[in-house]
Write a protein that binds this ligand. Structure first.
Ligand code: ADP
Length: 663
């Protein structure tokens, strides 16, 4: 798409001209310096030549001793005409003086005494001796240059520096004087956005909401006639890659009105006051082009709550920018037809003043797509890809990608096409999609990574431990596949599960997931009696999960129904006492220990299955859930057969609470 800046200067135009200007300026300066330094240096003679000239009686008409620094020797006209001895006489000097020869003088008195000594030696009578005049001559140009040159150098450095700071030449903001101008990109009739609602898959409710915005802009009368007010701002909230920017672009494409787009960070500059000035400029431009839409991506860069970080001191510049934004949003009336859209994935950090009705009246939540949504997104992105039409279908792919956002889906489609091309196929098959998916989840496959057999065995048992735990725990997500092919930077193997599409997680699900994550280390302990560093990632995950259960979801009766979500956890600002901190730490440890023990118990019980699976893994490297059914039978889902889930610290503690810690 065309990047249509307000003043359509050709890119690099001003840069070209100014560089020529600099080049010419420096050349002129250089020439001046050289000529001033070089003046009179031609036709220079030494002592011996002067002595010769003195011997030639009447040859030297007179000598000018200029500023006591150089002796200019003038030959009498008859001598010059007579003999060829003075043919090399020059006529020079930038001041226009016409001397014939010049001789540098270090000390005037020495020059005088030497001359006298030579004339004495030659017995020249007093009246015939050479006349020496002392002359004072001022070189105005040279002196002017002496103080102009440093000034010029400083000026050039300053200009160059300012251009650099301004973000390079060309375009608005390129020069220091444009720094307060908004950097918004404008899409209008000349540079049309060719994204429409058809390109945005799923997100039906969100689309409906924004379609209304488009309608407001197209026929505002319809709404205002009934006394309704057109909303000023629409905030799109959702995780990264879910299509917020895409939706905003589609609004622009559909509305057919000018669309200014800018990222929150574009307001930020190293100079104070620039952010506020850019906000002013953006709204000024928008008012001129009304009806139009302003879109600010990642608005949290400027819209963060003010004065929150009291300890570190406020960020005045950002606050000024935000204040200006608030003022501008109050300032424009919607009958002008300017609607502000913004996107963020951190609505929790936004300033409440920004979110109140009258500013962002509408907040549209955009979540990761569900199965149907993913299928629709796959359909959009499969359109541009040449698939085999048999194995690849959007629904299958959607089933394989739970929790994936639109951007990840777009990426997988692209990767699959690249993989197929690398293999010189003429169409993309499901196998390519599988590879792309593995790459997205686990990183690049490293078939050639050398792993010694001992290590490989540990990895196989570790992954088998995960798989077996997942298989027999009722609330764990079902296994998709387990592999010991090394991938990515650190992963030596992994077990992939299919998470349920759900919005809340129950305690027993969290506990089962923790137990399953411990399955790897537990298997190492049960089988080899030793543990390894291979479980670091698992431990990291369960520790975070345990802290979340206790301090965020209030799932521990000892610590109580509290949530410290979003509150600082550092020692100075945490909202609880040292005793609570200790209690939390102890409870976390207890919880982790109990799940680790549980995993070990389970694996001791299922040792035969673990061995079977690990051996098969060593042999085949990749096992799917079908292989597991073949090896160890179908997954038991009957809860009665399973050991009860226990929450530590609860069983002997409270009569009211249920065994798993939730009341
Ligand atoms: P963000 O929410 O971070 O602004 P984007 O809108 O930039 O995400 O999405 C990035 C890319 O992901 C888009 O360019 C598009 O290719 C793809 N994408 C995301 N959501 C969808 C969707 N609902 N339909 C089609 N493509 C999507």
């Amino acid at each position: 798409m065309d990047n249509n800046n307000q003043d359509n200067k050709p890119e690099g135009g001003p840069k070209f001209q100014s560089y020529w200007l600099y080049a010419i300026m420096s050349l002129v300066l250089l020439a001046l310096v050289v000529s001033s330094l070089g003046s009179g240096s031609s036709n220079e003679i030494d002592d011996a030549r002067l002595y010769q000239m003195l011997q030639d009686k009447g040859a030297i008409e007179h000598i000018d001793l200029v500023n006591g620094r150089s002796a200019e020797i003038y030959i009498s006209p008859e001598k010059k005409g007579d003999t060829g001895a003075y043919q090399d006489a020059s006529q020079g000097g930038i001041s226009g003086t016409r001397y014939d020869y010049v001789m540098p003088v270090v000390d005037a008195s020495v020059f005088y005494s030497k001359l006298k000594e030579k004339e004495d030696n030659l017995n020249i009578p007093f009246e015939d001796r050479v006349q020496v005049k002392s002359v004072r001559r001022t070189n105005y140009i040279g002196e002017a240059l002496q103080w102009l040159l440093p000034l010029a150098v400083i000026a050039i450095i300053w200009i160059v520096l300012m251009r650099r700071l301004g973000g390079g030449g060309g375009g608005p903001g390129g020069q220091i004087f444009n720094i307060g101008k908004s950097k918004a990109t404008l899409f209008d009739q000349n540079s049309k956005v060719n994204i429409t609602f058809a390109d945005v898959a799923g997100l039906d409710e969100a689309k409906e909401e924004v379609m209304e915005v488009v309608d407001f802009l197209k026929n505002p009368k319809k709404y205002t006639a009934l006394g309704g007010k057109i909303p000023k701002g629409v905030l799109l909230v959702g995780p990264p890659g879910t299509g917020k920017t895409l939706l905003a672009k589609a609004v622009a494409g559909e509305a057919g009105v000018p669309f200014f787009t800018m990222s929150g960070s574009d307001f930020v500059e190293m100079f104070v006051g620039v952010g506020a000035s850019r906000v002013r400029d953006l709204f000024k431009q928008a008012r001129e082009k009304a009806p139009c839409i302003i879109f600010i991506d990642e608005i949290d860069a400027i819209g963060r709550a003010r004065g929150r970080n009291g300890m570190q001191g406020g960020n005045d510049e950002r606050e000024n920018t935000l204040n200006q934004l608030l003022v501008e949003m109050d300032g424009f009336s919607t009958d002008k037809g300017v609607i502000l859209m913004a996107a963020t994935n951190r609505p929790d950090v936004l300033d409440s003043a920004l979110l109140r009705p009258g500013r962002f009246d509408r907040q549209i939540g955009i979540d990761r797509p569900d199965l149907k949504g993913r299928e629709a997104i796959f359909k959009v992105h499969l359109k541009t890809i040449k698939t085999d039409g048999v194995t690849v279908d959007a629904f299958t792919l959607a089933e394989m990608t739970p929790g994936f956002a639109g951007a990840e889906i777009a990426n997988i489609c692209n990767e699959a096409a690249l993989i197929a091309a690398r293999r010189n196929q003429d169409s993309v098959t499901l196998v390519d999609f599988n590879y792309a998916l593995d790459k997205a989840i686990g990183g690049l496959e490293k078939k050639n990574k050398l792993i010694n057999p001992d290590e490989k065995e540990i990895i196989a048992y570790h992954e088998a431990g995960h798989a077996i735990c997942g298989w027999f725990l009722e609330h764990a997500s079902p296994l998709v596949k387990v592999t010991i092919v090394p991938r990515g930077v650190a992963a030596l193997g992994y077990a992939q599960y299919l998470p349920k599409e759900q919005y809340i997680t129950r305690t027993e699900q969290m506990l089962d997931m923790m137990c399953m994550t411990f399955g790897g280390r537990a298997a190492e302990q049960v089988i080899f009696g030793k543990i390894s560093t291979g479980a670091q990632n698992d431990l990291d995950k369960v520790t975070k999960q345990a802290y979340d259960m206790i301090t965020v979801y209030g799932m521990n009766p000892e610590v109580g129904q509290v949530s410290f979500y979003g509150m600082s956890k550092d020692a100075y600002q945490r909202p609880y006492s040292d005793e609570t901190a200790t209690l939390i730490d102890n409870q976390v440890r207890r919880l982790l220990d109990s799940q680790y023990m549980r995993a070990q118990e389970l694996l001791k019980d299922k040792r035969a299955e673990v061995e079977l699976l690990a051996k098969e893994l060593l042999d085949k490297e990749v096992l799917s859930s079908k292989d597991l059914v073949r090896l160890i039978g179908p997954r038991p889902v009957d809860a009665d057969k399973l050991p009860p889930v226990e929450m530590p610290g609860v069983v002997d503690n409270s009569l009211d609470s249920s065994p798993n810690g939730v009341s």
